[in-house]
Write a protein that binds this ligand. Structure first.
Ligand code: DAH
Length: 334
């Protein structure tokens, strides 16, 4: 506590003003009126000149004490307000990591995985089992057993990616899922009802309708008395289950070395146009023979769909590359 002096009122006023300043800006605005040349205590020092020496000495000491009192109160208040301001800033900038919990989204499967799962479910529901095969294949499985010999022009159409493993045999990334047909027939006694989903690879450059690494689902049925009608009916029921009952299918004559006769599957679109979706056909007797199955006893049909295209069509994507861009804003929609 200061002793009561002639400057006590000025000190009290200054202290009250300092305490009333709510933030640093207000305090800084006050500052010239507290400690500057125009401050009341500075004005008061000018009155010292008129005093006699003893009086002036005493008054001078009192004035210094008064100024120090104001200055230290100002410093203390400045420090307090500064600390408060800093705390408010930290509070405002704080990242409350616990908040993130409330926003956590459950992830979900990629669009293509969802389509693949759905396709598997549909076929399993029709009594099929799932077959799998390697993504790296030999020429026998990818081509020869499927009735595509070395000289066959269809080989070129597959734009195959070859791999050099130093093997004497030609080795490649499978260009379709059809080799799984061969592997299944080699290992399984008919009757056979399988679908084989999986990744396939071609040298295609990516564009709105192509990806160099894509997914197909292959279907294979081998049983007694199987007809082209069975195939058409199977494909139509699967398409209706996948796209909706209002979607129709049609078959157009086509050619694949591994089926005879062969067809292309089109599906109807809302605008009345037709869209090519898949290849299919009755398993070529030579392919059955290549796998040790007697074509006089067993017949079959096969089909191959592009899963990415099925997904793109179902969700009306303009550009199939969206499927592999991995932009979560896109993927989250599905
Ligand atoms: N493997 C063919 C392709 O990738 C698609 C295909 C056509 C598969 C006819 C089949 C089929 O099983 O019977 O172009």
């Amino acid at each position: 506590m200061l002793p009561m002096t002639r400057f006590q009122t000025l000190v009290d006023d200054a202290v009250a003003a300092i305490d009333a300043a709510g933030d640093l800006a207000a305090l800084n605005a006050l500052r010239p009126n507290l400690v500057g040349k125009k401050a009341p205590l500075a004005e008061a020092s000018r009155s010292l000149g008129a005093m006699d020496e003893a009086e002036r000495k005493l008054a001078g000491q009192e004035l210094n004490a008064a100024r120090q009192a104001v200055q230290s109160h100002l410093d203390a208040r400045t420090e307090t307000l500064r600390t408060e301001a800093r705390r408010a800033q930290y509070e405002a900038e704080r990242m409350d990591l616990t908040e993130v919990r409330g926003e956590l989204r459950r992830g979900h499967h990629h669009l293509v995985t969802q389509a693949r799962d759905r396709l598997e479910d549909l076929f399993v529901g029709m009594g099929y089992t799932i077959a799998e095969g390697p993504e790296v294949e030999t020429a026998w499985y990818n081509f020869e057993a499927l009735n595509i010999p070395e000289w066959h022009p269809a080989r070129g159409e597959f734009d195959t990616i070859f791999v050099n493993l130093g093997e004497s045999e030609e080795v490649m990334l499978r260009s379709h899922t059809s080799p799984v047909q061969i592997r299944t027939m080699e290992n399984t006694e008919p009757p056979i009802y399988v679908v084989a989903p999986g990744r396939t690879f071609r040298t295609d450059a990516a564009d709105a309708t192509h990806l160099p690494a894509f997914n197909q689902i292959e279907g294979l049925v081998v049983d007694k008395g199987i007809t082209f009608g069975d195939m058409a009916g199977t494909i139509d029921s699967f398409v209706k289950a996948f796209f909706g009952a209002e979607v129709n299918t049609r078959l157009r004559p086509s050619y694949f070395p591994f089926t005879e006769p062969s067809a292309e599957v089109d599906i109807s679109r809302a605008d009345g146009s037709w869209l090519e979706l898949a290849g299919c056909g009755m398993v070529n007797p030579q392919v059955l023979r290549n796998c040790g199955i007697d074509p006089e006893v067993w017949q079959g049909f096969a089909f191959g769909f592009g899963i990415d295209r099925l997904a793109a069509m179902r969700y009306q994507l303009d550009d199939i590359r969206e499927l592999v861009n991995n932009d979560v804003r896109f993927l989250r929609q599905f």
